[in-house]
Design a protein around this ligand. Structure first.
Ligand code: GDP
Ligand code: ZN
Length: 459
């Protein structure tokens, strides 16, 4: 494929001390060289070197900026084309000026996501890796970055490729059967082989889908509600969590009144404390919005933190709340353990059932670590497992995997009910194609364009 040379600012606007103008394409080095004054012309430097010099406007002769210029020649680059990165430390004006100079000297302004799109089109990365990069750019927390990184490294691709290989093996076996239809025992053996392989593929897809729920949480945050009677320490707990962790407050656009979302990063788990209808931290949820609406609101939450007072026996309203949160993901927090015990812990356990309990004192700030550990454990089953796991964190992947699961199940049902094997074959091929779509091997051009236009400019 023949491409022109593209250019854009590849660092976030107005953020960070260093800004990078990046060029990719056959004329990247030549164009940059027209603007560059240094010890050696960029056309003559070795590949994969960083060169100190100045950017000079070739028309006016003005010195624009002191720069470090990275020269990377194809094919060992991200796009598999020649890439030049001009690193400058100046503000937005200088960076824009340099970008304009690259454009007036032969480069074209890159479309959003075009660098990544080229990497994909030139075979450097597959589609799920490209999407991993997109998630990486958008990721809000360290752990979400790790998940995105794993995807970039192609873990998901590797698993999908393995599944597709198994399907090809089944299809090969089915071919044998179609070629020698006269042998009954071949047909029987093929069906058995097909069913056992298909079952494994089915459960592998299930495994990937199960990580989907966690993937979603990683990207969007765990919607979290804190409940409990007045004065048990809910506000104190919230403040402790915020103090102890990075909190990011964002505004949710498109709502009638401004809704604030607070992200608290607890050991890599972003808790999204949503303040809707006052249920984030409420003393009297039931009185405020009624039993049914409370139940609905609590059902929508991913995590409920239910706070009780160690210094007070259970009351009817504790039981009412416990009733509302039955079956949800709950952590019970027994607070004010610095005071004398009035609460019967066995009675609490009986009231809430089999949910984790943590004892804290928000006043003396003890037990907060244990609470954070519990939150982390609940969703990652420990830190180690999370880093090594592949998460399917993308709605398109999840939808394709669900369709693939349906197709492989159709194949199994057909095979079991004695449908001719060449009909079963159709479902197998469909499974193979759907899995291929996850890694971009069976996608139409328009889908590709749609995906890449979502990328941030300059990536
Ligand atoms: P909320 O009404 O549930 O939000 O409770 P607050 O966080 O506003 O706390 C109510 C009162 O209890 C405040 O005076 C807090 O200082 C106090 N408090 C909170 N946590 C503790 C604790 O662990 N021990 C003690 N002794 N007091 C606490
Ligand atoms: Zn409060």
């Amino acid at each position: 494929m023949d491409f022109d040379t593209i250019s854009s600012i590849s660092t976030p606007m107005g953020e960070g001390a260093i800004a990078i103008v990046r060029l990719s394409g056959p004329d990247a080095v030549t164009i940059a060289d027209r603007l560059y004054k240094g010890k050696t012309a960029l056309n003559d430097v070795q590949s994969h070197t960083i060169n100190y010099g100045h950017i000079v406007d070739p028309v006016s002769g003005d010195i624009i900026e002191e720069v470090m210029v990275a020269v990377m020649r194809a094919p060992r680059t991200f796009t598999r084309e020649d890439i030049v990165e001009i690193n400058c430390h100046g503000g937005i004006m200088t960076v824009n000026r340099i970008l304009e100079l690259t454009l007036s000297n032969g480069a074209r302004l890159a479309e959003p996501g075009e660098f990544t799109k080229r990497a994909f089109l030139n075979g450097r990365i597959d589609l799920s890796q490209a999407e991993g990069i997109m998630d990486f750019i958008r990721s809000k927390t360290d752990r979400a970055s790790k998940v995105a990184m794993n995807q970039i490294e192609g873990r998901l691709s590797t698993m999908i490729k393995g599944l597709r290989q198994s399907i090809l093996e089944i299809l090969a076996q089915v071919e044998v059967n179609i070629d020698y239809p006269e042998y009954d025992d071949v047909e029987e053996a093929t069906t058995q082989f097909l069913l056992s392989e298909a079952r494994q593929i089915d459960s592998a897809i299930d495994g990937l889908l199960q990580t989907g729920a966690q993937g979603k949480i990683l990207r969007e945050g765990l919607s979290t509600v804190i409940i409990g009677k007045p004065n048990v320490g809910k506000s104190s707990m919230l403040n402790n969590l915020i103090q102890d962790n990075k909190a990011i407050v964002t505004e949710v656009a498109g709502t009638t009144r401004d809704v604030l979302e607070e992200y608290v990063n607890v050991r890599g788990v972003p808790l999204r404390l949503v303040d809707t209808a006052g249920i984030r931290e409420t003393e009297d949820i039931v009185e405020k919005i009624g039993v049914e609406r409370s139940r609905e609101a609590l059902k929508k939450a991913d995590l409920i933190l239910y706070v009780l007072n160690y210094n007070e026996p259970l009351t009817a309203s504790d039981y009412q709340l416990a009733q509302l949160i039955k079956g949800e993901d709950v952590i019970v927090i027994i607070n004010k353990t610095d005071l004398t015990q009035q609460l019967d812990l066995e009675e609490v356990q009986q009231m809430v059932g089999d949910v984790p309990m943590v004892q804290t004192s928000m006043l003396s700030q003890s037990g907060i670590d244990a609470l954070e550990e519990e939150i982390s454990r609940l969703f990652f089953q420990g830190e180690v497992a999370a880093q090594d796991m592949t998460y399917v964190s993308n709605a398109r992947h999840i939808s394709l995997l669900k369709q693939a699961k349906q197709a492989i199940n159709d194949a199994m049902t057909a095979a079991e009910s004695g449908v001719p094997i060449d009909i079963v074959q159709i479902d197998l091929i469909r499974t193979w194609e759907l899995l291929g779509e996850v890694i971009g091997e069976e996608v139409s051009d328009s889908l590709i364009d749609q995906l890449f236009s979502q990328f941030c400019l300059g990536k």
